[in-house]
Unconditional design. Structure first.
Length: 179
DNA sequence: GTTGAGCGTT
């Protein structure tokens, strides 16, 4: 099939050039500051994010480095890939994902359809909001959340356990006075 | 101060 060779599609092995680089194989002790020092050689950075394990709080051994210019990202990719950092051979590539996922609200994601006119609401909910191929490629689902109405995400009153715990520790902190 | 495949939250 000749068409297979015709144009190269970006997949996980061949991400498209991007201002966001994924850096893998890091030492657990490599910090964002360390990464800044190294990667800012190739151009001004827009940000650095080491990915931490949520439970332990320690580095998961990879990070994302954001450049302001793609050309700098490209150069950094070529020069820093395979370099040794804190005793580890690091792998640098264009990131396939662009951002941390926005924490899932766990609730209704639609917009309230406050139709002022009050007519017959026929096709408001369903399928109309397809964007483009953006979402398919792991680009931001982010913006969608920006339009999100946070009134619906507000939590209910704090759990009874919390208040009990509070009052107990509170009362404990009152040290009984001696005479 | 574990390693080591791996694309994401504080």
């Amino acid at each position: 099939d000749a068409r297979l060779m015709s144009h190269q599609r970006s997949d996980n092995a061949n991400p498209d050039p991007n201002t966001c680089l994924g850096v893998f194989g890091l030492s657990l002790y490599t910090t964002e500051r360390d990464l800044r020092e190294v990667f800012s050689r190739y151009g001004p950075l827009a940000g650095v994010n080491v990915v931490y394990d949520q439970r332990t709080g320690r580095s998961r051994g990879f990070a994302f480095v954001y450049y302001e210019r793609i050309d700098d990202a490209k150069e950094a990719m070529e020069r820093a890939n395979g370099m040794e950092l804190d005793g580890r051979r690091i792998r640098v590539d264009y990131s396939i994902t662009k951002r941390p996922h926005t924490p899932t609200p766990g609730i209704y994601m639609g917009r309230p359809t406050h139709n002022g006119g009050g007519g017959s609401s026929s096709s408001s909910g369903g399928g109309g909001r397809r964007r483009d191929s953006y979402n398919d490629r792991g680009y931001d689902r982010y913006d969608r959340y920006d339009e999100y109405d946070y009134r619906y995400s507000r939590r209910r009153s704090p759990s009874p356990y919390y208040s009990r715990y509070r009052s107990r520790s509170r009362s404990r902190s009152y040290s009984p006075r001696r005479y």
